[in-house]
Design a protein around this ligand. Structure first.
Ligand code: ASP
Ligand code: MG
Length: 421
């Protein structure tokens, strides 16, 4: 069994869906599970629908939704002939569900509605692609991943119930793989609670879904098909000298993702590492390019790996009575992170202060500052950027940071982080 995941960029045009079909065709002998993302920027557009609906602007939300609907209908029309009606029927059911919801008044929290609306992107794209492949003779079965991936109801960042999901994935997928049908197509990024409410796994979560399937099905490999050559040592849009890395260890990729490299969803590696399943990052524009292999083995010749996170906030917490920062305030602080679902990007402690660097999510920062305010004097600096260099050398560090207005620096043998204005 192999698992393939295609991101939004691999299905954002008619030509690209056709490219996808070529790749799948070359692997038709299967068994193969294909995990799909929403087409192009559909998730962002659906986010707007959810926000508008929740702001009480029902008509506007319905209009925004019509645009998304029309785009998918157009794609369907271009791609399908014989299966056009069958596909349309399936799509219409999905559309109707959302249209019903948009006519209601929101009575639950935003995150709940977000997930009910945003999950649609993956359902639509997988449905269209599945029909297209079937029409071109690449036989496959479409399944609704919400019958296979069970989560809790932590909407927008739901946690997987591994025991239930394991059982469901195994029985759902294995039953469908037969002598005639070797391919199963399903959605990334989404799941459902035991009450059948849709959930999402966090933005870019399709990689994680693919890793869950690979783990549960003991896949021989997972391939993530992207619109880049593989994993680069820096974002080529910001650093024209960026180079492709052919081989990376699981550990290195976990570190890169942790520091904000937008290579692969951070939760993807653990399920693969636990079963020693190699991950290939491949370019769907040219399937013959080598791409990057991510596995157990350490690569000793890595170039410096550069990650920049923009939109950072530094919160400085200073004890009010000049007491040292001991275990009690630290424990409370971590409890607060847990409660608010905050993941700091950098923490540094000093005698009477703690520095916490975070992504700028205004409501979280406000809640955090408010809660910490009872114990600490709180100071906040916004508009910062966090540069991380793994496997740095002094030359790279100097070149990348000398002209910067530094706020804080943290350094170990392997990693240096510079927070700057
Ligand atoms: N469609 C979702 C997103 O854009 C999930 C994914 O692409 O992995 O975040
Ligand atoms: Mg994506």
């Amino acid at each position: 069994m192999k698992v393939f995941k295609f991101g939004g960029a691999s299905v954002n045009s008619i030509e690209r869906v056709k490219k996808l079909a070529e790749i799948v065709e070359a692997n038709q002998s299967g068994p193969l599970v294909i995990i799909l993302s929403a087409m192009g920027k559909t998730t962002n557009a659906l986010e707007k629908v959810a926000e508008t609906f929740y702001a009480g602007k029902k008509e506007e939300a319905i209009q925004l939704f019509q645009v998304i609907k029309q785009q998918h209908l157009n794609t369907t029309k271009y791609l399908l002939v014989f299966r056009y009606n069958a596909c349309l029927e399936q799509l219409s059911n999905f559309f109707t569900e959302i249209e019903w919801l948009l006519h209601d008044k929101p009575v639950r929290n935003f995150d709940y509605y977000y997930d009910q609306i945003v999950c649609l992107g993956e359902l639509l794209s997988s449905c269209i692609v599945s029909h297209y492949l079937n029409e071109t003779g690449i036989l496959n079965q479409w399944i609704d991943v919400r019958d296979s991936i069970r989560t809790n109801n932590n909407f927008r960042d739901a946690d997987i119930d591994w025991n239930v999901s394991k059982e469901k994935i195994r029985s759902n997928v294995i039953n469908l793989i037969t002598a005639e049908n070797k391919i199963v197509i399903t959605q990334g990024y989404i799941g459902s609670t035991e009450d059948n409410e849709s959930t999402t796994l966090g933005r870019e979560g399709s990689d994680y879904s693919a890793a869950i399937f690979a783990n549960v099905l003991d896949a021989e490999s997972l391939s993530i098909w992207k619109d880049v050559d593989g994993v680069m040592n820096a974002d080529p849009k910001k650093y024209p000298d960026a180079v492709l890395i052919n081989e990376l260890s699981y550990t290195e990729v976990i570190e890169m993702a942790y520091y904000g490299a937008q290579v692969i969803h951070p939760k993807t590696i653990k399920p693969l590492q636990n079963k020693n399943i190699p991950l290939f990052v491949k370019c769907f524009l040219d399937k013959n390019l080598p791409g990057t292999i991510i596995h157990q083995k350490k690569n000793k010749n890595l170039p410096p790996i550069i990650v920049i996170k923009e939109n950072q906030v530094l919160i400085e917490l200073k004890t009010q009575d000049f007491s040292f920062v001991g275990e009690d305030p630290i424990i409370e602080l971590y409890q607060l992170f847990k409660k608010l679902h905050i993941k700091p990007t950098l923490i540094q402690t000093a005698a009477i202060s703690i520095f916490i660097c975070l992504d700028d999510k205004p409501e979280k920062i406000e809640q955090m500052a408010l809660a910490a305010g009872s114990q600490f004097d709180v100071q906040i600096q916004k508009g910062l950027s966090l540069l991380t260099i793994r496997h740095y050398n002094e030359d790279v560090l100097t070149t990348l940071s000398e002209s910067k207005d530094k706020v804080l620096q943290q350094q170990s043998k392997e990693t240096v982080q510079v927070l700057f204005r």
